[in-house]
Every structure is written in structure tokens, then in C-alpha cells.
Design a protein around this ligand. Structure first.
Ligand code: T5A
Length: 206
């Protein structure tokens, strides 16, 4: 591989993105591909501080404040981690990226899509994923997995079922260059095998 690829893992709560990221990272390493995994929000000192502000249950946040905080975290991560890694030829696996903002802040919170597009462009400098793997799962099933794992719900997970239905609809309906949908209601090994096929063909073509 001569240039880095940006691969985003997207989907509703508990869809299995972090589980999939671990498997894909191991497969890439086995195949000699230099790869790095990041999660959003987070990945730099400033972005981790913003993550705490965004996810800790507590005071509510205005939708516009929420949008701008997610994008402030993204701007820091893109500039300090993602762009340098791509420039050095690494593949970057991002556990959530811009489709999450469209799903949660536009679909879920009802913010204007043009506002998101303009502000996201400022945060990323136009860096979009080469491949977006969307894990489709009904939101009730994903939240049940999170509960079963014994994790307390964070501020956004606790936002209510109607909110999560609107979020899941944006993920389900996402289309575009490099967008691949996977049925995440199946076992994690089946999902990982299908994801690996989609990823492998991109890596070999790069
Ligand atoms: N957000 C994020 C926004 O609102 N706007 C944005 O722009 C961005 C970037 C991030 C929150 O921020 C929001 C979205 C989120 O609410 P987070 O804690 O990072 O918070 O949340 P998630 O990314 O949703 O992480 P989760 O851990 O909840 O979900 P994952 O990573 O999709 O799921 P995973 O892999 O941790 O699995 C959850 C459980 O399910 C099991 C796992 O073992 C685990 O117990 N599991 C499966 N079970 C059955 N079948 C499978 N196929 C399974 N795969 C995993």
C-alpha cells in the first residue's frame, strides 16, 4: 500500500464497532498493513477532555453546543493524529467519524444539515473516509447489548428511544461513494468476515 486510507466504522449504539475495530486491526497487522485505530470523540488530550464534557450524564447541552464540541474534538484528532498517519502511509480505522455527526446531531437533534456540512468542512478540511462500514442494527437491540455489558448509559445513550430511532434511520439510509452496509444483528465473527472482505479489496487496490 503506497498511501494511507481512512476507514470509518459507523452505526448506532452497541452495533459492534469497537469489537470490529479490534478484529480488523489484528487482521491488518497480520497482513503487514501499518494501521492505527482511533475513536471519536477522543484520541488527543483536548479531544478526551471534550469527550468527558459530551458524554458524562449531567447538565444538558444545547444541540448547537453539542455539534460544535464534537467538531472541535474532530478537528484536533484530524490535525494531530489522522492526517499525519495517512501522510506516513498508515491506514486509519476510525470508530465513528462524520456520518455519526449527521446521524446524531442532524437526525437525532434535528440540526440543519447545511450547518453540519459547513462546520464539518472546517473541522476536517474536507477529509472524508475512503470506506465507511455502516453496522445496521435496530437501536433497541444495540442499547440492550450495552446494558447487558453492564455499562451505565452515558448522556447520549440515555436520550430516549425516539431519538435513537431517528439516529438509526440516518445510518440505515446512508448512501454514497465507499459506503458499505453490514447487517450487525448477526454474530460478530460473521460481521467481521464480511467487513474484512470489503476492507481487503480496498487495501489491495490502494
Ligand atoms: N456521537 C459521536 C455523536 O453524537 N456525534 C458524533 O459526531 C460522534 C463522533 C460516543 C457517543 O457519541 C455520540 C455517539 C455515541 O453516543 P461511545 O462510548 O464511544 O460514545 O459509544 P459507541 O461508539 O456507541 O460505543 P459502544 O461501545 O456503545 O458501541 P460499539 O462500539 O458499537 O459496540 P461494542 O463493540 O462495544 O459492543 C457492545 C457490546 O455488544 C457486544 C460486545 O461484546 C459488547 O458487549 N457485541 C455483540 N453482541 C452480539 N453480536 C454481535 N455481533 C456483537 N458485537 C458486539
Amino acid at each position: 500500500m503506497t498511501r494511507g486510507l481512512l476507514v470509518a466504522l459507523e452505526g448506532p449504539e452497541g452495533a459492534g464497532k469497537s469489537t470490529l475495530a479490534r478484529v480488523l486491526l489484528a487482521r491488518l497487522t497480520e497482513h503487514g498493513v501499518r494501521a492505527l485505530a482511533v475513536r471519536e470523540p477522543g484520541g488527543t488530550a483536548a479531544a478526551e477532555a471534550i469527550r468527558r464534557l459530551l458524554l458524562e450524564p449531567g447538565d444538558s447541552l444545547e444541540p448547537a453546543s453539542e455539534l460544535l464540541l464534537f467538531l472541535a474534538a474532530r478537528a484536533d484528532l484530524v490535525a494531530k493524529v489522522i492526517r499525519p498517519a495517512l501522510q506516513s502511509g498508515s491506514l486509519v480505522l476510525a470508530d465513528r467519524y462524520e456520518l455519526s455527526t449527521e446521524a446524531y446531531q442532524c437526525g437525532g437533534r434535528g440540526l440543519d444539515r447545511n450547518l453540519f456540512l459547513t462546520a464539518n468542512q472546517a473541522a476536517t478540511g474536507g477529509l472524508s473516509p475512503d470506506l465507511t462500514l455502516v453496522l445496521d442494527l435496530p437501536p433497541g437491540a444495540g442499547l440492550e447489548r450495552v446494558r447487558k455489558a453492564g455499562k451505565p448509559l452515558d448522556r447520549i445513550e440515555g436520550a430516549g428511544m425516539e431519538f435513537h430511532e431517528r439516529v438509526a434511520r440516518v445510518f440505515r439510509e446512508a448512501r454514497g461513494p465507499g459506503v458499505v452496509h453490514l447487517d450487525a444483528s448477526r454474530g460478530s465473527e460473521v460481521v467481521a468476515a464480511e467487513a474484512w472482505e470489503a476492507l481487503r479489496s480496498r487495501v489491495m487496490a490502494a
